[in-house]
Design a protein around this ligand. Structure first.
Ligand code: NAD
Length: 508
């Protein structure tokens, strides 16, 4: 497995010896009295043991964010933008360290961390550095002859954010960047399994000159640190990315404390192949779209619906391509697919496939690799066919390298099946017919619909769900709608003591 002599390997225990909490610009140890081990999922070995945050650490982080808020909110957009441009520069300098740490804690192939997670994060940071200068209120004018009105767009205050383990660096970026660009301060709780790159990200912010307390990290368990952060009276907004089940719990707490809420939840993206599609493109798109990040991607292609004339060739093509992929050490240059995030997640995915064997056909995969890979959380890329639309494997979010394929006949049926789950995060349509493409993009209920591709994201474009995939947008200028509040300011223009409208209260 990994070469222990590899000098670029991220040394988490040394790097974060002072602890996994980052509060007011300093690393500290958590005070929950419990520890957690970050495990390298490729080997099953512990790489970093740290003290989990307790409620006192959340209180300290929120207090730091609250103290930093007036200064940061009062900085000019140009000052915030300058600091964030420097932030992008520090991240770019640290690109290799970030990629190594991300691959170590997640098990994702180094080529994915280097070519997707890290450059995406640097680009996001640069985008929000620019966008910080373009926050706009609308409509200044006299909407009544007696008054001048205008709209101010203001930050909300301290944002409490909670992130999942699948893209820890990008999730930290998506949460932190629009929040601070708009003048908020933030306390981010990464997943316990993957704190390393969130900590590096926050340290880079400090190094770039973003004031202490603007970006804080508390690394603790969901049940105590997470719920305490969501319910905290000094937190003005909750932004959560994770599963729909946990999102419902977070929503209950946030709602009962009257907080602004942004939820990015689970997905079960359909991949709809019409009979005029380029078959080779669809096969390659399906395998890449299903297996990116070992399938642990909320927008991953999970349900391929293929119009009957292409169905058999598509199943064969996908099975062959999946079988050819090189599953192995994330740090080896020829690895296509790393392990899942943990043995528990691998076993959960394997159990979905094992249950499906009684009602569907496993065309390829469905296997836990042995030999050299036995100690890691590996699972072979898996294609399942002949499942009913209402079966568990078609309806539930699996979050692993598993694609289900189903045939359809009419265009209406393909679109109906694509919409037939509780989720609505992302989808794709594969066709060379502009009318079919236009119809699919209009009628599929999802926050993103790709045509003849599946997965690419852009800093300039919004990401967010419909239906049980949540509400609100990450990335793009649209995310400012989540992280700002709108104030109507109204000036009297008459300078008279007795306004005409007072007649409704006193007078005839
Ligand atoms: P999860 O819901 O188990 O955990 C997410 C975060 O919530 C973690 O930090 C966890 O510690 C915390 N948490 C757990 N219980 C909590 C509680 N009671 N109160 C407060 N916080 C709590 O999700 P996961 O397993 O880490 O990630 C996978 C899920 O994330 C999938 O469902 C995936 O679709 C979703 N996801 C969605 C998007 C999106 O943009 N929509 C992006 C990435 C991942």
């Amino acid at each position: 497995m990994h070469n222990p002599g590899n000098s670029t390997r991220f040394q988490a225990q040394d790097r974060f010896a002072e602890g996994a909490q980052y509060i007011a610009g300093r690393l500290t140890k958590g005070t929950s009295g419990r520890t957690h081990a970050v495990v390298d999922p490729a080997t099953g070995q512990d790489v970093y043991t740290y003290e989990l945050a307790g409620t006192q650490d959340v209180d300290a982080a929120v207090a730091a964010a609250r103290e930093a808020f007036p200064g940061w909110a009062g900085a000019t957009p140009g000052e915030r933008s300058d600091a964030m441009h420097r932030f992008a520069g520090v991240l770019a300098e640290r690109a290799e360290e970030l990629a190594q740490a991300e691959s170590l804690q997640c098990g994702k192939p180094l080529k994915l961390s280097r070519e997707f997670d890290v450059p995406g994060t640097v680009d996001n940071t640069a985008f929000f550095a620019g966008a910080a200068r373009h926050l706009q209120g609308q409509s200044a004018g006299e909407y009544s002859a007696d008054h001048t009105s205008y709209v101010r767009r203001e930050p909300i205050g301290v944002v409490g954010s909670i992130a999942p383990w699948n893209y820890p660096l990008q999730m930290a970026a998506w949460k932190v960047l629009p929040a601070i660009a708009a003048g908020n301060t933030i306390v981010l709780k990464p997943a316990e399994l993957t704190p390393l790159t969130s900590l590096l990200f926050a340290q880079a912010a400090t190094e770039a000159g973003i004031p202490d307390g603007v970006v804080n990290i508390v690394t603790g368990a969901g049940r105590d640190a997470g719920e305490h952060l969501v319910g905290h009276p000094d937190v003005a907004m909750t932004s959560f990315t994770g599963s729909t089940g946990v999102g419902k719990r977070v929503a209950e707490i946030a709602t009962s404390t009257v907080k602004r809420l942004h939820l990015e939840l689970g997905g079960k993206a359909p991949f709809v192949v019409f009979d005029d599609a380029d078959l080779e493109a669809a096969v390659h798109g399906a395998v890449a779209g299903a297996l990116i990040n070992t399938g642990q991607d909320c927008t991953a292609a999970t349900r391929a619906y293929v119009q009957r004339p292409l169905y058999d060739a598509f199943v064969q093509g996908v099975a062959d391509l999946m079988a050819s992929l090189r599953v192995g050490d994330p740090f080896a240059p020829d690895t296509d697919l790393g392990p899942l995030i943990s043995h528990a997640q691998r076993d959960r995915v394997a159990a979905f496939v094992d249950r499906a064997r009684s009602y569907a056909r496993v065309v390829t995969g469905g296997v836990i690799p042995q030999g050299d890979l036995k100690a890691g959380a590996y699972y072979r890329p898996t294609l399942v066919a002949d499942a009913a639309q209402d079966s568990e494997i078609v309806q539930a979010e699996i979050f692993g390298p598993v694609l289900v394929v189903l045939p359809f006949d009419s265009d209406d049926e393909g679109i109906r099946l694509a919409n037939d789950t509780p989720y609505g995060l992302a989808a794709s349509a594969w066709t060379r017919d502009v009318f079919r493409a236009n119809r699919a993009t209009r009628d599929i209920k999802a926050g993103c619909v790709w045509v003849n591709d599946h997965i690419p994201i852009l800093s300039e474009m919004p990401h967010g769900g419909y239906k049980a995939s949540g509400f609100g947008k990450d990335m793009s200028a649209y995310s400012f709608e989540e992280y700002t509040q709108i104030k109507h300011v109204m000036f009297d223009n008459t300078a008279v003591a007795r306004k005409p409208w007072h007649r409704t209260i006193f007078g005839d």
